[in-house]
Design a protein around this ligand. Structure first.
Ligand code: SAM
Length: 219
């Protein structure tokens, strides 16, 4: 099976399950026009994030790694009228494009974009109410730091999702030792001995290639 086959397969399933959405399409178009890399979640994974948020009746979502706000839009669409998202983005240009996309989608009032490194900014966060769901999708070497902060900030029974942990199979290949791969391994090792969460990795294949996400329940 080739990558083109998986792309076609995603498109096939999406044609039944993902209605055309002007706000999401416009965000992808604007991301491209403004030179952002195409490294956001796939449409199908975005919808899963949206469904998970709805399933647990999430009101407060934390996101690390905004890019152009594509995943942020999927989450925002899954929140009740009084729901909100706090999302962290280190790159000012990315944050500006995200703000445009969210505004065009009519969702900016639900979203706070914190511009700066989440390594510096997350520890300052002292929300009045805990988050129901955290989505970690930024620099991989900081995965464990973000995961610990997410545990501090997410309520018991809430969910922490870490994207890109399968990374084309690299963490399982001992010959690959780059910083991103090591960041994924460090997270997995820490979770093995962590009694505050229960977690599993789900590998995914589709239009974005071969990757996967970690799904953790905050106990
Ligand atoms: N969640 C987005 C989506 O699905 O549409 C994709 C996020 S993209 C994979 C990763 C983003 O994390 C990039 O925009 C990058 O600039 C940002 N990032 C990298 N290091 C960061 C840091 N230390 N703090 C906050 N954001 C960071």
């Amino acid at each position: 099976t080739t990558f083109e086959d998986w792309k076609r397969s995603d498109a096939y399933h999406n044609s039944f399950l993902l209605p055309k959405d002007d706000a999401l399409d416009a965000a992808l178009k604007n991301n491209k026009a403004q030179g952002l890399p195409d490294i956001g979640v796939s449409a199908a994974q975005g919808k899963l994030m949206n469904l998970l948020a709805k399933s647990i009746k999430a009101k407060h979502v934390l996101e690390v790694g905004t890019l152009g706000g594509y995943s942020t839009i999927w989450f925002a669409k899954g929140l009740p009228a009084d729901g909100n998202i706090v999302t962290f983005e280190v790159d000012e240009h990315h944050a500006k494009v995200a703000s445009q996309n969210l505004e065009a989608a009519g969702l900016l009032d639900k979203v706070t974009i914190v511009v700066g490194s989440a390594v510096q900014e997350l520890p300052k966060l002292q929300p009045e109410e805990p988050f129901d769901l955290a989505f970690i999708d930024a620099d991989k070497p900081s995965n464990l730091f973000y995961f610990r902060e997410a545990k501090r900030l997410v309520r018991k029974g809430g969910i922490i999702i870490v994207d890109n942990v399968v990374w084309n199979g690299s963490p399982a290949d001992p010959n690959i030792t780059d910083d991103n791969t090591e960041g994924i391994r460090t997270l997995l090792k820490a979770i093995r001995d962590d009694e505050e969460v229960e977690a599993t990795t789900i590998g995914t294949v589709g239009e974005k290639g071969y990757d996967g996400f970690l799904y953790a329940l905050r106990k």
